[in-house]
Design a binder for this molecule. Structure first.
Ligand SMILES: Cc1cc2nc3c(=O)[nH]c(=O)nc-3n(C[C@H](O)[C@H](O)[C@H](O)COP(=O)(O)OP(=O)(O)OC[C@H]3O[C@@H](n4cnc5c(N)ncnc54)[C@H](O)[C@@H]3O)c2cc1C
Length: 459
């Protein structure tokens, strides 16, 4: 096993002032949430992040328009309790704009809308009332949606992880109409995968959190500011003010172990940092790159290597006028372009300004190799179908492809996700993809970070 760095330099970070720091690798939601919890508990923390700016898969970048754009539009829900606790800790809870009650506008070919408006009733009655009064959907489809109530009341067998969303919805007798306007958009959004392959158990985990708690749990929220300003900048400032050390542009090359467990980490530049406690908060492929061969042979890591990924494409379009002007975002029924977000409305920018529109394509395996020109062509063709007669001019476009946006939640794969406690003493796994019981989302990332911190503190 590799026990020393290539140049043999040893960092004083772990040895000069008493107890060695807990090393957190990765400054995305998971790593920063873990670091904040550890710091709150009085532990010395050292965060190592490979990139100059951090933020991982939820980050912003400077665009030549002068605006900061996100790598992708991110939606949250009222049931993101761990995320909201993290944002509250760093003083940023107010930067997410939540609906008063769950409300959704879906656009059909030709421009007709299907509108879901959940009234101010206790959960899950608010959803039942919302589905029953959905505008633009026939009574047959609404009646089929009501059958889901049987599931929520425990009258239908719960799906296990081997059942797909498609099979489960068929078992519940859901019509094509309610699937196209409610279920399928929800599944693409929260599972980032095709309902034909995605796990129903993962969907149910979301339904329970969103619809069986309080009414507020199902509200949708959109960050009002770019993602890095939502949490990266303030979490880093919060951590530094409490004595944590954050090192950006410092990629970890190896995590070292001895017969007592973790013994240190080695950076790409060769520096070695001694520590007996490491929280990894990096995606699976990055974790596998850092671990020694002996650990990689463990069945837990063999399973991690089996996890597949699913892409997301985001088109940022600068338009001369709004495409729709009554709501901040809409979904498209039966389109590979799943959601459209009007960022001017969300950020409260002057409606006279150039309109910044985000278009999100989840689980976009079939499109990820297409050129930006092809994707923009697809956007134009779809807008002709969904907003006929609405003449908007595209002034500028930025296409962001995240090929490994999340792990795939294909049925039968949940057991590949590892527990937070690694099979090596002192090593803890965080990241949206670890076994949190929910899909790989911001909430799963923050939950995993909090779980990893709790596990470190329990030692
Ligand atoms: C386009 C897109 C849209 C999304 N939309 C939503 C949404 O609407 N709602 C939602 O809840 N979720 C959404 N997600 C998922 C969400 O972004 C992720 O769940 C979350 O960002 C994962 O955070 P993380 O901290 O687990 O991992 P990451 O964000 O991947 O952070 C890992 C960090 O580790 C660093 N790192 C990697 N290797 C090393 C190394 N060797 N040494 C040091 N540092 C290293 C990386 O640079 C990175 O900063 C979306 C994701 C994408 C890509």
């Amino acid at each position: 096993m590799d026990t020393a760095s290539s140049n043999g330099r040893n960092s004083g970070a772990g040895s000069s002032s008493g107890r060695a720091p807990v090393v957190v690798i990765g400054a995305g939601f998971a790593g920063l949430a873990a670091a904040v919890r550890l710091c709150e508990a009085g532990r010395r923390v050292l965060v190592l992040e490979a990139t100059k700016a951090g933020g991982g898969r939820s980050r912003s970048f400077a665009h030549d328009s002068g605006l900061e754009l996100d790598n992708g539009q991110h939606l949250m829900m009222g049931c993101y309790h761990e995320t909201l606790a993290f944002l509250r800790a760093i003083g940023r809870e107010g930067a997410v704009s939540f609906q008063r009650n769950l409300s959704l506008d879906m656009v059909r070919h030709g421009g007709k809308r299907v509108k879901l408006r959940c009234p101010a009733l206790p959960a899950p009655l608010h959803l039942a009332a919302g589905l029953l009064t959905m505008r633009g959907l026939g009574p047959l489809h609404k009646a089929s949606a009501m059958r889901v109530g049987m599931f929520l009341r425990g009258e239908v067998v719960r799906p296990d992880d081997n059942e797909t969303c498609d099979a489960w919805l068929r078992r519940l007798g859901q019509t094509e109409g309610i699937r196209a306007t409610f279920w399928d958009p929800l599944i693409w959004a929260v599972l980032n995968d095709d309902p034909l392959v995605a796990s129903a158990a993962m969907l149910v985990a979301v339904l329970e959190r969103a619809f069986l708690g309080t009414r507020d749990a199902s509200r949708l929220g959109v960050p009002r500011v770019p993602l890095s300003r939502l949490y990266v900048d303030d979490a880093c400032a919060w951590l530094r003010a409490r004595g944590a050390e954050l090192r950006f542009g410092q990629s970890v090359r190896a995590i070292e172990c001895d017969d007592r467990g973790v013994s240190g980490v080695v950076l790409r530049g060769g520096e070695r940092i001694e520590t007996r406690e490491v929280v990894t908060a990096v995606p699976p492929f990055a974790l596998l790159d850092c671990l020694p061969e002996t650990v990689l042979r463990h069945p837990v890591l063999q399973d991690v290597a089996r996890l597949q990924t699913s892409p997301i494409i985001n088109l940022w379009l600068f338009l001369d006028r709004p495409l729709f002007d009554d709501v901040p975002f809409v979904g498209l029924v039966n389109s590979p372009l799943h959601w459209l977000f009007d960022r001017n409305r969300i950020e409260g920018r002057d409606p006279g300004d150039t309109v910044l529109l985000n278009c999100t394509m989840s689980g976009a395996r079939g499109f990820v190799d297409d050129s930006p020109e092809t994707l923009v062509g697809l956007w134009h063709a779809e807008m002709e179908r969904y907003f006929p007669g609405r003449r908007v001019r595209v002034q500028q476009v930025k296409v962001v492809k995240e090929k490994r946006a999340t792990i795939s939640h294909a049925a039968g794969t949940y057991h590949f996700r590892p527990e937070v406690r690694a099979p090596v003493a002192g090593l803890f796994f965080a990241g949206d993809w670890v076994r949190t019981g929910i899909p790989a989302t911001i909430e799963s990332a923050c939950q995993s970070g909090h779980m990893a911190a709790a596990a470190v503190l329990e030692r």
